[in-house]
Design a protein around this ligand. Structure first.
Ligand SMILES: Cc1cc2nc3c(=O)[nH]c(=O)nc-3n(C[C@H](O)[C@H](O)[C@H](O)COP(=O)(O)OP(=O)(O)OC[C@H]3O[C@@H](n4cnc5c(N)ncnc54)[C@H](O)[C@@H]3O)c2cc1C
Ligand SMILES: NC(=O)c1ccc[n+]([C@@H]2O[C@H](COP(=O)([O-])OP(=O)(O)OC[C@H]3O[C@@H](n4cnc5c(N)ncnc54)[C@H](O)[C@@H]3O)[C@@H](O)[C@H]2O)c1
Length: 466
């Protein structure tokens, strides 16, 4: 049977673009891709990239305060010009969108600027009704923000909207306690908004190491974010130009804007997957095996639409492995077990890889090494902010199985720690590295004695600080 393409990719985000480029450019497959919005997807257009540029923008007042601490009397960040920032941001995103499209074209991928849906196991239909056949189809449609389903929630923003605001609100309620809620609370506060964060738990960043969660929550508070913990918004009503939010405890408050950061869900609705027998999970995610293959053999899925680990580098790796396996005769799987992540808070990020202290305690005896200190740079400038570094090590000189950092550039550090951890390095091998001084990261190789033992028979036995 002959097909128009060897591969048709639906979705031009992190996973889809990588798979298309590798299949066509490196393995010589005939590839088509459909993107209904802007090439680059969530990460490039309405996620990681614009978000991190906003983090950089939001740091200026803190930098000015630090400069004053170093003798630059009168240093100030001045007034933040959102309009000027947005203009530059739009230009940069357009440049990146062009680069992504250019990379596909250079790899001989046919780019269809259209929504696509499935008709059968080998056929897709574009928005203009035209149909294209392919031996393999890759679903890489990502996820969408989810609103909480309370009355009036259409009055609130989701993360996609923040990048398109005409002006910054004076006050905003951020609902949620995950990556997006915490990052945007920090960004908007740094840019001068009055930010309140409402979350239904006691500390933000559920799933992270408890000690890191406490520090992240406290930092938001110290930065000036008003925390409503635990709090659950129940209803939104328009009140003049603002929004009145009623909470479950009977209280209510008025905010100029509300941002729902209450999670994301796979974007499979209306794609025709169910109809052709592709099995979906309870959240609408495409169920795939370790090769990213769905229940229909010609159909594969990568990235957020599979709801495995919803991060850009994971989507990229899944897309690359799929292309190598199916078109390059190089079978490759993704190891989802050891994936690092960072939450871009200010001034201290939270970055993590491997087991949390709680998970390690539940899984057996471990030694926990903790270093907590005030970094030289901010201490000199007059800040009391503490940094925390934690290594979790299998008892008896075993492997380092967890690393958690709360501090400046923690994401940069965890990226490097991921290398020895991926190789199964022991604490002794960490310590064999000679420190680079004076740095923050040197603490990772100079923590001499465990702070406590956890798990097993000697659970929760404190043995003094490192
Ligand atoms: C605010 C925010 C910040 C983030 N920050 C980070 C971060 O710092 N680090 C990190 O690792 N991850 C971050 N993420 C997560 C990251 O963006 C995603 O994990 C990643 O983009 C997933 O890639 P993907 O290819 O699965 O899907 P996406 O990048 O979402 O791409 C899917 C594409 O498919 C298109 N599409 C959907 N349906 C159709 C259809 N029927 N036809 C044609 N096209 C279609 C969409 O328009 C979209 O372009 C962030 C996410 C958000 C929302
Ligand atoms: N720095 C990064 O790497 C980064 C940044 C942003 C997003 N991401 C990715 O995107 C994903 C989605 O981020 P997210 O923050 O939207 O999701 P999330 O799952 O991390 O957080 C959702 C939050 O909303 C809360 N929530 C859910 N339903 C609610 C309701 N009805 N009422 C009140 N609160 C409710 C949850 O308790 C949780 O705190 C992340 O899990 C992550 O994989 C990564």
């Amino acid at each position: 049977m002959s097909f128009d393409y060897d591969l048709f990719v639906i979705g031009g985000g992190s996973g889809g673009v990588r798979a298309a480029r590798i299949a066509a450019g490196e393995h010589g497959a005939r590839v088509g891709i459909a993107e209904e919005s802007r090439m680059g997807g969530t990460c490039v257009i309405r996620g990681c990239v614009p978000k991190k540029l906003m983090v950089f923008a939001s740091e200026a007042p803190a930098f000015a305060a630090e400069a004053r601490g170093y003798g630059w009397s009168g240093a100030t960040a001045g007034a933040f010009d959102w309009t000027a920032f947005r203009r530059k941001l739009d230009t940069e995103l357009t440049r990146l969108e062009g680069a992504y499209t250019g990379g596909l074209v250079a790899a001989n991928v046919d780019v269809h600027k259209s929504r696509a849906r499935l008709v059968d196991a080998h056929t897709v239909e574009l928005a203009d009704g035209s149909r294209l056949s392919a031996k393999h189809i890759l679903i890489a449609v990502g996820g969408r923000p989810v609103r909480p389903g309370i009355p009036g929630d259409e009055l609130g923003l989701v993360s996609d909207d923040v990048f398109l605001l005409d002006r910054l609100p004076r006050s905003i309620l951020v609902v949620g306690g995950g990556f997006i809620a915490c990052e945007f609370a920090g960004i908007l506060q740094g840019m001068g908004c009055q930010v309140t964060l409402a979350y239904r738990g006691d500390a933000v960043l559920r799933g992270f190491d408890e000690e890191m969660r406490r520090h992240a929550t406290e930092q938001l508070r110290v930065n000036g974010v008003e925390l409503r913990l635990p709090a659950t918004p129940q209803q939104l009503e328009r009140e003049g130009d603002a929004i009145r939010v009623s909470f479950a405890d009977g209280s209510s408050a008025v905010y100029e804007q509300v941002l729902f950061a209450t999670g994301r869900a796979p974007h499979t609705k209306g794609l025709g997957l169910d109809e052709i027998g592709v099995r979906l999970g309870s959240r609408g995610q495409v169920l795939v095996d370790e090769w990213s293959q769905s229940s229909v053999p010609s159909i594969f899925a990568v990235g957020d639409v599979t709801d495995r680990v919803n991060l850009t580098p994971v989507a990229i790796r899944e897309g690359h492995c799929f292309a190598d396996t199916v078109f390059g005769a190089k079978p490759r799987k993704v190891d989802h077990a050891l994936v690092g992540a960072a939450v871009y808070l200010r001034p201290h990020e939270v970055a993590s890889i491997g087991l949390t202290e709680e998970a390690a305690a539940a899984s057996g005896p471990h030694d926990v090494y903790v270093a907590s200190f005030r970094p030289m740079r901010s201490l000199f400038a007059g800040s009391d902010a503490r940094m925390v570094m934690k290594l979790i090590v299998q008892s008896g000189g075993g492997k380092v199985v967890g690393c958690h950092i709360f501090g400046p550039e923690a994401g940069e550090m965890i990226q490097l720690v991921a290398i020895p951890m991926g190789m199964g390095a022991t604490k002794a091998q960490f310590d064999a590295a000679v420190a680079v001084h004076p740095t923050l990261a040197e603490e990772l190789v100079t923590m001499r004695r465990p702070t406590r033992h956890i798990g097993g028979k000697i659970a929760e036995n404190p043995v003094g600080s490192a």
